[in-house]
Design a protein around this ligand. Structure first.
Ligand SMILES: [Zn+2]
Ligand SMILES: [Zn+2]
Length: 287
């Protein structure tokens, strides 16, 4: 999808705020709505017009129910801040601080870092690799990039799609490491962060993110990758970036409500394929 084609398609923007891009649809009228226009219902979100229509259509008893709904709905579900981004940054920084503690730190790092030789017996490493970092610069650059991209991308995609993108990109990084650098120890969120970038490039460059800042952060990240002695791998960057672009394409092509199941199955298939590649590579190289 070209940039121009993307921008000319009004489906990609909030129908009440035509300058705001979004991937979240109203459950009732299936028009695109931005975080500000969403009201969380028992199943999915609806737009202000549909909320008003629903209130009007409802009988007196039901009207009271809907009026009470805002108090009953979960605060997490209606909070439109990029909480997944904040949580990922928080957990990553916390675990980095833990790895600095003598004796405990080494153990944590040892059980979370990725090595394809251990992929079959300790498969969680394909994902937990994102929480281990080699140095303060490594964790700092990755978390600044996650922060810079996530604050724009998470509200645009919705929280669950954003988390799926991050996780699948991490798997993509691990899968390519398993194929191209079997048996090497790898740490860092770089693969997942490059996946966010890949998705962002596919979805559209004009999502309100500071592209220059992101480019600088990712450039520094690459420099650190090639410093001697770093356990950071370029294979993870490329694997994560490619899978992120693929996931971005899946999101962009399955936006309609009736395509929701297709989207979920495509994401599951991507995850299964990446785990299968990693396990197969591990079996081939380490039997
Ligand atoms: Zn609606
Ligand atoms: Zn809006």
């Amino acid at each position: 999808m070209t940039d121009a084609a993307f921008r000319s398609n009004s489906d990609n923007f909030c129908y009440r705020h035509p300058d705001r891009q979004s991937f979240v649809l109203c459950q009732r009228c299936t028009r695109t709505i931005c975080p500000e226009c969403m009201t969380q219902m028992p199943v999915g979100v609806i737009c202000p017009e549909c909320l008003a229509a629903q209130r009007q259509a409802a009988g007196e008893a039901q009207r009271q129910n809907i009026a009470r709904m805002p108090r009953r709905r979960s605060r997490l579900a209606t909070d439109t801040r990029p909480l997944a981004t904040y949580t990922l940054v928080g957990i990553t920084v916390l675990l980095y601080l833990v790895t600095l503690i003598p004796s405990i730190g080494g153990v944590v790092e040892y059980f979370l870092a990725f090595n394809s030789a251990l992929a079959v017996v300790q498969p969680w490493r394909m994902l937990t690799v994102v929480f281990v970092h080699a140095s303060i610069f490594h964790v700092g650059l990755n978390m600044l990039a996650l922060w810079a991209i996530g604050r724009s991308l998470e509200p645009l995609l919705g929280r669950s799609r954003f988390l799926a993108l991050y996780a699948l990109s991490a798997l993509g990084g691990s899968a390519l490491v398993a194929l191209l650098a079997p048996g090497s120890w790898v740490v860092g969120a770089s693969g997942a962060v490059w996946g966010l970038l890949g998705a962002m490039l596919v979805i559209g460059r004009h999502i309100g993110a500071n592209v220059t800042a992101i480019a600088v952060l990712l450039g520094l990240n690459l420099v650190f990758t090639f410093l001697p002695g770093s356990n950071i791998s370029w294979q993870a960057h490329i694997g994560g970036g490619l899978v992120g672009a693929l996931v971005g394409l899946i999101f962009a092509r399955t936006r309609k409500i009736r395509q929701r199941r297709t989207q979920i199955w495509l994401l599951i298939a991507t995850g299964v394929a990446l785990v299968a590649i990693t396990v197969a590579a591990s079996l081939v190289f380490f039997g």
